[in-house]
Design a binder for this molecule. Structure first.
Ligand code: ATP
Length: 504
């Protein structure tokens, strides 16, 4: 059991009011803006092809961002493939045979309803348009009306009732934020898959898709993996990699991107055992999040009421981002839908022979699927703090600090000689060459020590070591802890041990 983690269904009064409490709008937007600026200024995330004014909803990761992203990915990968003997990893290609996406249902039903405003030509995802209106109602104090609106929307979306949704928009007098008019087109479905062509000669070219999820690469390799790694049910296959979705409206920085990375694990089980494994993975995944030191009240479960075509149970793990509680990970009980469909479309048997019961069957699947970029934003949001420091003499100072968990911070240790002379750099470099074999270190001689500390705080380095004149005399250094800013004197040859104790 996971004490302290709330569960919500779709929009009911309780869940919605929790959502609203988190939405004091001006402050939340400022916080997100501050995080975006900080991420750019300190080399975490840049807009893609910025010199050409960027590309909507596509981002590049800078030096500290790429390292932080890799550390999150490794932390997930190890928690799956190293900590579980019955989970193995694969790395499937982004391009897949086009029939894959017919079998998976993506060609027919991977779409969102959209609507255009005829005056401004601005395009909206219908659910986002209605949700934004509900938020405005709340700001005006019309909470009951907002809840009713969202409940009606859920019901109509569940039935794919586009006429009903359009009426709902009209009767609520929902207008475009640009033109201010309610002059809407009909609602249409918009497929989110990007397509391209394989083959150099136009006539021979085949339309193929950039994968919208990594999961299908696992399903089509189910038997290859099971046989070559000699896996016995229950077992899992994990994969991380890029996915692409032509999101209608991309919002909130790296929360919703058109090119992003997923970390997915498909766990193959005996039919009939899906309920217990669903509960198992729900708990395991939440424990993984909490193991990063994030407070449990920042999380909640959101049970799906409307299930995807492949699922018999599903939930989202939601985190309280600066713009409210939003999905970071999905846990889905996918039945035997995917393997059965691939069997049907490929005409290849997707069955497993269970020696314990002497039976062939198509396994059921529990999926855990988390967005790496969303997890990155979660970590940034959770770590970012603009702190005011009151000094002993009563004056105050401020710093921006990233309280990154030490085990995933890009740099673990900054090594700072107090001056550039008197043999201090030589001593500091000795420490550097010893420690860098074990973890990422950063070396810097320039600027006053206080300034150097602030720069390390801003990129989330958990420890700074200062090598000074006393080091020459007694072999000790000052180690400074990022969060408490406490400084202690320890033997230089104990530094590596201390840092390793914190990051492992
Ligand atoms: P949403 O409802 O936010 O569109 P989803 O339910 O479609 O997400 P899934 O298909 O379950 O998402 O994908 C699994 C995970 O992949 C999500 O929990 C999220 O972390 C991540 N993800 C999905 N779409 C995007 C995106 N456009 N940008 C970044 N991450 C994404």
């Amino acid at each position: 059991m996971l004490p302290g983690i709330k569960t919500t269904k779709n929009y009911n009064v309780n869940s919605f009011s929790v959502y609203l409490q988190s939405m004091s709008k001006a402050t939340t937007e400022n916080t997100l803006q501050a995080i975006i600026s900080h991420a750019k200024e300190y080399g975490f995330v840049f807009p893609s092809s910025e010199i050409y004014d960027g590309l909507s909803a596509v981002y590049d990761y800078g030096p500290y961002g790429a390292q932080l992203k890799k550390n999150i990915r490794d932390y997930w990968w190890n928690s799956m493939t190293q900590m579980n003997e019955n989970i193995v990893g694969i790395d499937a290609a982004i391009f897949m045979h086009p029939t894959t996406w017919k079998a998976s249902g993506h060609v027919d039903s991977f779409s969102d309803p959209l609507i255009d405003n005829k005056d401004s030509k601005k395009r909206y995802r219908v659910d986002h348009l209605i949700e934004a209106h509900a938020e405005k109602l709340i700001e005006k104090g019309a909470q009951a009306e907002a809840i009713q609106l969202l409940a009606d929307m859920e019901a109509l979306l569940g039935k794919d009732d586009f006429e009903g949704l359009k009426k709902l928009i009209e009767t609520n007098k929902i207008v475009c934020s640009v033109s201010g008019t309610g002059n809407w087109t009909e609602i249409r479905q918009f497929n989110l898959m990007f397509s391209t062509e394989l083959g150099s000669v136009a006539e021979d070219a085949n339309t193929i898709y950039l994968r919208p999820e990594t999961a299908q690469g696992i399903f089509v390799n189910f038997l290859n993996v099971q046989k070559t790694a000699r896996m016995k049910i229950p077992f899992g296959i994990a994969q991380t990699g890029k996915a692409f979705r032509n999101e209608i409206v991309a919002r909130q920085f790296i929360f919703r991107m058109r090119e992003f990375e997923q970390m997915e694990m498909q766990f193959f089980i005996k039919p009939g055992t899906q309920k217990e494994w669903y509960e198992y993975w729900k708990n395991e995944r939440m424990q993984w999040h909490l193991s990063l030191g994030i407070a449990s009240d920042k999380y909640r479960f959101h049970d799906h009421v409307k299930l995807a075509h492949y699922a018999d149970a599903a939930l989202d793990i939601e985190y309280e981002f600066p713009f409210g509680f939003k999905e970071v990970e999905g846990i889905h009980s996918r039945t035997d839908f995917d393997l059965s469909r691939h069997q049907e479309f490929s005409k290849k048997k997707m069955q497993y022979f269970d020696t314990e019961v002497n039976q062939h069957y198509i396994p059921y699947v529990i999926e855990t699927s988390i967005g790496l970029d969303r997890m990155f934003l979660l970590i940034l949001s959770n770590s970012y703090e603009e702190e005011t420091i009151v000094k002993e003499d009563g004056t105050s100072d401020s710093r921006v600090v990233l309280h990154l968990p030490a085990k995933i911070a890009p740099n673990k240790l900054a090594i700072l000689p107090l001056t550039k002379k008197d043999g201090l750099p030589e001593l500091a470099k000795e420490l550097m060459s010893d420690c860098k074999k074990s973890f990422h270190c950063f070396y810097e001689e320039k600027d006053a020590i206080g300034k150097r500390y602030r720069r390390q705080d801003a990129i989330g380095t958990p420890f700074c070591v200062t090598v000074d004149h006393q080091t020459k005399e007694d072999g000790t250094v000052t180690i400074r802890h990022r969060d408490s800013m406490l400084q202690e004197r320890i033997a230089m040859n104990k530094v590596k041990e201390l840092v390793l104790a914190h990051i492992n």
